[in-house]
Design a protein around this ligand. Structure first.
Ligand code: NAD
Length: 321
């Protein structure tokens, strides 16, 4: 069996594939392949499976370049980079890596919530710049999370874990909006369901978004929705960049419509919206919410398990339907 891996990933999953005796080719350069490079790479050999990343755009043309491939195993929980209709049409299975990154992304979301509220990045820059002249009562005053209200948009695996940390760790009240209501969660955590995104945004002190990128969630958070937020509130996004109108976010931050934001994902990654990087009231990180040694290895294992199951004639444990 021949496998193509579109970019170097942690070794644990690659070793699982090697143990099966599969022949493995990996993009030798640690960079995203352009569409042409990807097509060319896939045409080198009759690959039986492809392990791809969220930075690879996988469409009908790519499936045609690997006509023997039974599965494209995405090294991510999100799969908005893959044309699922084309996959169905060509009879190709699609795998993803849910669950193993929930804890890490929830922790990272909390890292961003705490860091923006307590002005950690600004304070670090200030201290490094040699501006610290001694303790001062009014220096870099932040905002507490404890006993405030957290608004969650998308109460799935990650959103509900963030909500749990908020309630259990910080005594926060949770409001949420999701297309599916979760009454068990409401009972367990005292969370309050709102009928709309605005319903959450208008009353929350912190808003965190955890929806997948779908046609229905593109630019879900827009100018009007930022305008609904309190001027003292903070916005965090670790889901997908295209869920937020990034120019509207820059405007909301500049005009102080909201107090601050922390974001890990961008509308046109790796490009940033004009003006975003010049603002002090935003923390911007390079799509690293799942980037821990532990989690990236587990994602590598899951992607490999999806490949192995498909090639052994079974159903991948994490098959995207
Ligand atoms: P999940 O499927 O468990 O949860 C998504 C939730 O969003 C579900 O409860 C769903 O009902 C809800 N939803 C769907 N459409 C909605 C809408 N229009 N309005 C409100 N709610 C809606 O997914 P998850 O594992 O929690 O992951 C969420 C997303 O986080 C992923 O799809 C991925 O894009 C993103 N993610 C980002 C990183 C990163 O590195 N920054 C890492 C992991 C995941």
């Amino acid at each position: 069996m021949k496998i193509y891996i579109t970019r170097k990933i942690p070794e644990s999953g690659i070793n699982k594939l090697k143990e099966k005796g599969y022949e493995i080719d990996i993009n030798p350069e640690d960079k995203v392949l352009s569409k042409e490079e990807l097509l060319e790479a896939l045409k080198q050999k009759p690959y039986d499976a492809v392990l791809c990343l969220l930075t690879d755009k996988i469409d009908g043309e790519v499936f045609d370049a690997a006509p023997n491939a039974k599965i494209f195993a995405n090294y991510a929980v999100g799969y908005n980079n893959i044309d699922l209709d084309a996959a169905r049409e060509k009879g190709v299975m699609i795998g993803n890596t849910p669950g193993v990154l929930t804890e890490t992304v929830a922790e990272y979301t909390f890292t961003l919530l705490l860091a923006i509220a307590h002005r950690v990045v600004e304070a670090d820059k200030f201290t490094r710049a040699g501006k610290y002249e001694g303790w001062a009562p009014m220096l870099l005053l932040g905002t507490d999370l404890s006993n405030k209200t957290l608004g969650i948009v998308g109460l799935g695996r990650i959103g509900s874990r963030v909500a749990s940390h908020a309630v259990k760790g910080f005594g926060m009240k949770v409001l949420y909006y999701d297309v599916k209501r979760n009454e068990d969660f409401e009972k367990e955590y005292g969370a309050e369901f709102r009928e709309s995104v605005e319903g959450v945004m208008k009353d929350a002190d912190f808003v965190s978004v955890h929806v997948p990128l779908l046609e229905s969630t593109k630019r879900l958070i827009n100018k009007e929705r930022f305008a609904a937020m309190k001027p003292t509130a903070f916005f965090v996004n670790t889901s997908r960049g295209q869920v937020v109108d990034e120019n509207a976010l820059v405007e909301a931050l500049k005009s102080k419509t909201i107090k601050g934001a922390a974001i890990d994902v961008y509308e046109n990654e790796p490009e940033l919206a004009p003006g975003l990087a010049e603002l002090d009231n935003v923390i911007i990180t390079p799509h690293i919410a799942s980037a821990t040694e532990e989690t990236r290895s587990k994602m590598s294992d899951l992607a490999a398990e999806n490949v192995i199951a498909a090639l052994e004639g079974g159903t991948p444990p994490h098959l995207v339907k």
